[in-house]
Design a protein around this ligand. Structure first.
Ligand code: ADP
Ligand code: MG
Length: 480
């Protein structure tokens, strides 16, 4: 191998070194591990003896860090010499608990934690100013993994997907402006809104596309004020063709940011530019949002994403495993799809863990292993949830005073909340019926059975009720 660090193009050098590493690694791990864990890694640059590798997600990074970091460092060292270093960057994906400072958090073991990267982490830098030119793809903050092609269609997302496609094919030109997609955690909002951005950029329809979470927008806004850069900030956002703002619920209570966003919104809308928003609940349930902004959101289309049904979950698993080059046995797919129901992110998490364990422990992928994975992934949630937490979240969501569900009240709305909370306590904790009854003002275990049965019965006959219970369940499981 020529000395790569003298090559002018550090990207080319990185690719060469990485290709050599892959060949070496292929001798040391089995094909499945190679496919699952090494092929998705993209070499980025080679600079001053440091090879920068990009991995698709935080979860992926954690796995690599835990299981393969030594192997990678060693292979790179063999090619570049012992002083070589390896750094990782994580393709930016929305963080469930975004760090408002936008800084890099220390490594956590949880895939749901904040971005965790050791070494150098390079996230797209903040773009400001009003260049006429296009915004480079990498600076749009879009994750190229999120496309329409790999977004599985189902009853649960039909309208949102159709509207997103319409917008993607004619940004700014449909009546869906803004397009607001709402739905619970892990149901595909970020995927869908980013798919629009990727589509318009790939088709070359427009040049200036920006994806940002409302939280990051807020941070940039505050920075701009402090750095006396408001003019640049405003003109940058007003110069976009497509602006995608994810998770607008974080705007709640931030009046100044909302005010600025309101003006940006108007400027873009007036000049026929496309605005796409997402929110974790129906906008009318958002508290702390300016009425003017709320009324703007009603101008276009508001579309929801519901929990996916069984068939959609099966289709998603099929597709994802196919993308990984692995054919899962049908009984395993069915087992996962029937048991992991709270959201798609969790379903994906179980699938990745399953593949990883099969490959690392050299086990066959079967229902036995799937059971173990699901028990661990979901079991963790169960052991940590308390009945009080469930009561609190149910009451908050249904807007009833928490103390009343432990009191004697027989008012219909309280009874309803109490029954749902009892049901979810049974479903989501390991507590006995007796213990649950005690937590609800010392009620008898038969009352809990009755509540459980009632919720099950209503869920069967009333689809609105069923989706309410499902939403709540997902919220509680995700502690959202
Ligand atoms: P949200 O933003 O609603 O919390 P995400 O868009 O982050 O959810 O989705 C969570 C994960 O589930 C992502 O990896 C996404 O690709 C996947 N996902 C969600 N919906 C679908 C779908 N309909 N088809 C395929 N993958 C999906
Ligand atoms: Mg999201």
């Amino acid at each position: 191998m020529s000395t790569p660090n003298v090559l002018e193009n550090t990207e080319e050098a990185a690719s060469k070194v990485w290709a050599e590493c892959l060949t070496a690694i292929a001798q040391r791990v089995n094909t499945q591990s190679l496919k699952t864990w090494f092929e998705p890694i993209a070499p980025v640059t080679l600079d001053a003896g440091q090879l920068m590798l990009q991995v698709p997600s935080r979860f992926f990074y954690d796995w690599i860090e835990e299981h393969y970091a030594a192997l990678i460092t060693e292979s790179v060292g063999r090619i570049l010499g012992s002083g070589a270093k390896v750094a990782y960057s994580v393709q930016e994906e929305e963080a469930p608990n975004p760090d408002p400072a936008g800084s890099i958090s220390p490594k956590t073991n949880s895939p749901e934690g904040a971005p965790s990267v050791k070494g150098t982490l390079s996230l797209p830098s903040t773009r400001r100013g009003t260049a006429d030119a296009s915004i480079q793809k990498s600076q749009s903050s879009l994750n190229p993994r999120y496309t329409f092609d790999n977004f599985i269609k189902g009853d649960s997302n039909q309208l949102a997907r159709a509207a997103a496609l319409a917008v993607a094919n004619n940004p700014g030109g449909t009546s869906f402006n803004p397009l607001l997609v709402y739905g619970g955690v892990g149901l595909g909002k970020t995927h869908l809104v980013q798919a629009i951005g990727n589509h318009v950029l790939n088709q070359g329809m427009v040049k200036r596309v920006m994806y940002i979470s409302s939280e990051k927008f807020t941070v940039e806004f505050v920075d701009a004020i402090q750095g006396d850069k408001m003019t640049e900030f405003s003109s940058f956002y007003r110069s976009l063709d497509v602006l995608i703002v994810d998770d607008i619920q974080f705007f709640a209570g931030k009046e100044k940011t909302q005010d600025n966003f309101f003006h940006t919104f108007n400027a873009l809308h007036q000049s026929g530019k496309q605005i796409i928003l997402s929110c974790d609940r129906p906008p009318k349930e958002l508290k702390g949002l300016d009425d003017r902004l709320m009324s703007r959101f009603q101008w276009g289309l508001i579309a929801d994403i519901q929990l996916p049904d069984l068939e959609t979950r099966i289709a998603i698993l099929r597709r994802k495993s196919m993308d990984d080059g692995i054919e899962l046995p049908n009984d395993v797919i069915e087992f996962l799809a029937s048991n992991v129901t709270s959201n798609i992110r969790e379903l994906e998490g179980c699938l990745i863990t399953l593949l990883a364990r099969a490959s690392l422990e050299n086990k066959e992928i079967d229902v036995e292993l799937a059971k173990d994975v699901v028990r661990k992934v979901i079991g963790e949630v169960r052991t940590h949830l308390t009945i009080e937490e469930i009561q609190r979240m149910v009451c908050q969501y249904l807007n009833v005073p928490e103390d009343l569900i432990r009191a004697k009240t027989r008012k219909q709305e309280i009874v309803n909340a109490r029954q749902i909370a009892m049901y979810l306590s049974k479903e989501l904790t390991n507590s006995s019926l007796k213990t649950i009854g005690l937590h609800f003002g010392g009620r008898d275990h038969s009352t809990v059975i009755h509540a459980y049965q009632t919720v099950e019965d209503f869920s069967k006959t009333d689809s609105k009720y069923r989706s309410l219970v499902q939403q709540l369940r997902a919220k509680i499981e995700n502690r959202a």
